[in-house]
Design a protein around this ligand. Sequence first.
Ligand code: ADP
Ligand code: MG
Length: 686
Amino acid sequence: MIDLKQNVQYVKSVGPAKVPLLNSLNIYTIEDLLTYFPRDYEDRSKTKNIADLVNGEEVTIQATVVSEVTINRIRKNMTIIKATVEDNTGRCTITWFNQTYIKQHIKRGETYKFFGKAVNEFNHFEMRNPVFDKVDTSKNTGKIMPIYPTTYKLSQTAIRQAVENALNMVNGKLSETLPDYLLNEYNLLDLQNSLNQIHFPIDMEQRIQARKRLIFEELLTMQLALLELKGNSEKNKGITFDKNAKMSDVINSLQFKLTKAQLRVLEEIDTDMESEKPMNRLLQGDVGSGKTVISIIAAYKAVKSGYQAAIMAPTAILATQHMEEFGKILAPLGIKCELLLGATTAKNKKDILERLQNGEIDVLIGTHALITENVTFKNLGLVVTDEQHRFGVKQRTAIAAKGNNPDTLVMTATPIPRTLALILYGDLDISIIDELPPNRKKIETYAVTKSMEERINNFIKKNIDEGRQIYVVCPLVEGKEEEDETTKDLKAVKEWTKIYKEQIFPEYKVECVYGKMKPKEKDEIMQKFKDGEIDILVSTTVIEVGVNVPNANIMVVENADRFGLAQLHQLRGRVGRGEYQSYCILKYEGKGKNTRERMKIMCQTNDGFVISEKDLELRGSGDFFGTAQHGLPELKIANLFEDIQELKVIQELAQKIISDDPLLEQEKNYRLKKLVENKFTNRIEI
Ligand code: ADP
Ligand code: MG
C-alpha cells in the first residue's frame, strides 16, 4: 500500500519550482493533490462540424490542414502562425500567437483535433490558440477536461499533469476507505475509480457517480466525527451546578422584561447546568436579540454555585463592551468581574492573574489573552465564547481545558437554518432566540441605484446635522489575484475615504479603519467614533466591528450587490442600537434579476433566519458556509446547499451506526474508525 502522506514533491512533474505553488493551494501531500477536486469541467469529447460552429463557443473540430503553415513576425514581441483547415462541411482558419514551436508539430495534409474558441469574423470562422492532437491521440482533446481552482502562476496544464501522475502513482495501491457493506448498500463506486473519474471522467454520468461516493465519504466522516465528539464529552462527568443558585435573582433585578425566547433558552441552559453532563450548547440569535444578558445570567448561576466563569470575545472592543454590561448587572449582586486584554499592562495583568488564581475574581472577560498559559483559574466552571465563528474548535477546547470539564456556551449571531445547524453543529446542543425585544424600531432598508445618489447624500447630511453618525462599508477593490485581502482592503478604504472626505462631505469629519491598521490604532478610531468625534466612518468588512454605537443610525453599503445577504444583514445590525430611527442604504448597480431579488429581500425582512435561508437559495452555500469560518473541518467536495438531501440521509445513517457501535469497534466499521481518526487530527489543526 502507498503512503498518501508523502510529500507532493515525489509526484512526477512536480519539481522544486512547483512545490511552493502547490503549497500555496494547500497541497502538501499526495493525498492533498488527489483530493484537490476540479471546480468545473470542459467537455472536449464531442467534435462538431465546421459548418455548425457558433460564434464564441469553445468546441472541438476534427479537420485536415489544407494550406501551408505560415509564420509572421508582426512586431518585436508578436509572431502569428496561421493555417487553413477543412472538414467535410467547411473551412476555418487556425491562428496561434507567440507559439512558434507549434509550427513543427503541424503539417499540411495531416488531420488533427483542435479545441478552442471559435470566432466568426466577416463570415469566416477562426479558432485562436487552440490545443490540438493528432487525430488518433487524445491528450488535449476528445475528452472531458477538469478545470481546477488555481492561481495565475500555476497553469491548468501543470495541475492536470501533476494530478494525472499522482493517480498513476497510486493506481492499484490504494486501500479502500469505506466499508464494503456501505459500498454495496448505497451502490457506491470504489475509491480508486472515484478518484479517477472525478478528475478525468469518461463521461458525465461517471463523474456524477464519483462525486456521489466522495461526498458520501466526506459527509459521513464529518457526521461520525461530530457524534463521537459529542459522545466523548457526554461521557465525562461535568459540574452539577447548585439548584439554589437561582437565575431569577438576576432576572428580577433587570431593568427590562426578558422575551419569551430568552426565557426558554435560559430554561434550557439552567437544565444543562444542573445536570451532571457537561453543557455543550450553541446559542444562536440575531444581532440585538439579547444574547449577552443570557450569558450574564448563566455566569451568575455558575458563580453562586461556587465556580468562576470565563467570557471570551474576538476583539478588545467587544470584550470591553461585555465588561461594561456584566459589571452593570453583576456588580450590584456582589459579583467581581475583571477584564483581561492583550494590551493590559504587565502590572495589572500580574495582579489580575493572582486574584484569579486565589478566587477573588468571579468572572474573567477578555480576548484570546484568556487562553495564554499563565492564566490559571481557581475553579473554572463555565466558559462562554461570543461570536463563535471567529474562534476555531482548538481555541474553544483550549479555554475549556483550564477547568475540569466546565460547561460551555457558544454564542453566535450568524443565523443558520435549523436543519443545517443541527447537522453542522452535531457536537453541540442548540438554543435559538428567534424574537427581538419589544419596541425595537425596525431598521428601514432602502436599495438604491446611482440616480438616487443626491437625495441619499442630502438625507445623510440632514442626519449628521441632527447629531447622528454614519457607517460606510465598501467592498474590496478588485485587484490582481496575488494581492491579499489586506492590500485590497487598504486600497478600497483609501479610495472611498477620499471620495467621501473630498468630494461628498468635505464639511464633516470622515475617518477610516482598515485591516492592516495596528489593533491599537483601530481601537483608537473606534473609540473616537464611539465618543462622537467622527461623523462618518469608512471601512470594508475586513474590519467586522460588532461595536455598539447607539448614536450611529445610518449604514451605507457601497456596491451592495457584491455582498452576501447574510453579510448585509450582519452589517445592518450595527445600526438600530439606540433610540433613533435607523436606516440601511444599499447602493447597487447590478441590473440582474437575481440582484434585484436579493435587494428586495433585504428591504422586506429583518429576520436573520429568513435571510439566511434565502441567501442559501439564491447564492449557494459558498458564502457563509465557508465551514472553516464555523470552526468545522473544511469540506472539499460536498456543498451544504446542493447536497442537503444527501446530508440528511447521511446524518441518519451516522446516528444509526453510532448507536449500534458507539466507539466504531466492530470489525465491519474498522475503516470508518480510521476515517474519523484522520478527521480528528485535521480538526485539531484548524
Ligand atoms: P446580541 O448580543 O444578541 O446582539 P445584546 O445582548 O447586545 O444583543 O442586546 C442588545 C441590547 O438589548 C442590549 O442593550 C441589551 O441590554 C438589550 N436587551 C436585551 N434583552 C432585552 C429585553 N428582553 N428587553 C429589552 N432590552 C433588552
Ligand atoms: Mg453580542
